[in-house]
Design a protein around this ligand. Structure first.
Ligand SMILES: [Mn+2]
Length: 417
């Protein structure tokens, strides 16, 4: 194997050695993204742990370890993540260098009093990790503040397009030596910001000045081919473009990878980008899917609506859900064979009642009535009632509301049932 010339890859390899060594005794700070483990979570965890290893760790001997919050076998489902790593680091197997949730014994670290955790891209531990609440020492996030872990330091929670933009700000503040921000890392960070801000396009209301500032800071590093020892940092086509076409082709590549999912099974589509909450005794799950249910090239046309419904019911039953919401988002104008430039970015909401709410028609219809009342935030239009009473498909005309906005709405509704 060729010598590893990426400092980031060497850093990741060292963290794996620490985890693999029974004799290791140094304190560990696990930097972890949210349970959906999307590109923003992955890259913000890696870039923040690496920053801290280049700054704080030097004086404390503490090891900062980025952890991807899913088992390794699920990584391939996040199609945009492996794609981004391969594009940003064409000569290094960055995926192999990562640590996944099934490769670290957090309980043993906690029992040995060696564990601290920093949450990036979320500010409340996933239900499956709640037992580590006492270990949370830092938060850098862009979701609604759940007001937990009041002593966390840093405790940065600001609604910007991408958590990675907040990490970029930490890099700017730290002013560490330029060689640490290698072209591949800068490219991967830009990719995360572009995907979460729909390519910095104003009308989708995701992008903020902080996201633009992050990209401005990262761009010269991403474009600086001279800083790589082992060849071009990005695919040759990206390296020779101007800044604007660099951003455009990077976004197009990552976006295409993200939406190239129509061959995935229904259950893989549902678990690819999935988060769960327990609210007032009700278990809520929300799956985000970068495709569309309706239409001739949609998911329902592929599987049939009853099969799609059955897959959702099975998925919900396995997780003991009382409410399962499938949020779809699809850019019909983006360059692919089925592009429909006349249609832009569209969202749908598929609401499925299960568990306690499937058994209580009164409460289920109360939830629907409340959702339909959200004429500003959601602007729902009923498309289909595939299974009267337990399932409804809507077009969500307010395309500005992503899961980050929809989840608190559903939480309020469940809390007042
Ligand atoms: Mn995010």
């Amino acid at each position: 194997m060729a010598a590893v010339t990426s400092r980031l890859a060497r850093f990741l390899a060292r963290t794996k050695t620490v985890l693999g060594s029974p004799a290791a005794s140094q304190p560990v700070t696990v930097v972890i993204g949210n349970e959906a483990a999307d590109l923003d979570s992955l890259i913000s965890a890696v870039s923040y742990a690496y920053l801290k290893s280049n700054t704080t760790a030097k004086s404390t001997g503490r090891e900062y370890i980025p952890v991807v919050g899913i088992p390794r076998c699920d990584f391939a489902l996040r199609t945009e993540c492996p794609f981004t790593l391969r594009t940003a680091f064409p000569t290094v197997d960055m995926e192999a260098a990562l640590t996944f949730l099934d490769e670290i014994d957090l309980d043993a670290l906690l029992a040995a009093d060696r564990l601290e955790m920093v949450l990036v891209d979320h500010n409340k531990l996933a239900p499956s990790l709640e037992r580590f609440a006492s270990a949370v020492v830092g938060i850098i996030d862009h979701h609604a503040d759940e007001e937990l872990y009041g002593n966390a330091d840093p405790r940065v929670i600001r609604v910007v397009g991408s958590a990675t933009s907040l990490i970029a700000e930490k890099w700017i503040d730290a002013g560490v030596a330029d060689e640490h921000m290698e072209p591949g890392l800068a490219t991967a960070m830009i990719a995360a910001v572009l995907i979460d801000t729909v390519n910095l396009v104003e009308e989708y209301a995701r992008v903020t000045d902080d996201d633009r500032r992050a990209v401005e800071f990262l761009l010269p590093f991403a474009r600086d081919v001279a800083k790589t020892v082992s060849g071009p940092p990005v695919a040759a086509s990206l390296a020779t473009d101007t800044d604007q076409s660099f951003l455009k082709s990077l976004y197009a590549g990552v976006h295409h990878a993200k939406v190239s999912i129509s061959a995935l099974s229904a259950v893989d589509l549902l678990r690819k980008d999935y988060k769960e909450w327990v609210i007032a005794g009700y278990r809520l799950g929300i799956s985000s899917v970068s495709w569309h249910v309706g239409g001739s090239t949609g998911w329902a046309a592929r599987d049939g609506f009853s099969n799609l419904r059955a897959a959702c019911s099975k998925f919900a039953a396995e997780r003991d859900l009382d409410l399962h919401v499938v949020m779809t988002a699809f850019d019909f104008s983006s360059g692919n064979s089925t592009a429909e430039p006349a249609r832009g970015f569209e969202r749908e909401l598929l609401v499925n009642f299960c568990g306690k709410l499937a058994d209580d028609a009164g409460k289920a219809s109360a939830v629907l009535a409340e959702l339909e009342k959200q004429t500003d935030q959601l602007e729902l239009q009923l498309v289909e009632e595939p299974d009267a009473g337990t399932s409804r498909l809507y077009l969500q005309h307010n395309i500005r509301s992503s899961r980050k906005q929809v989840q608190p709405i559903v939480e309020r509704i469940l809390a007042h049932l």
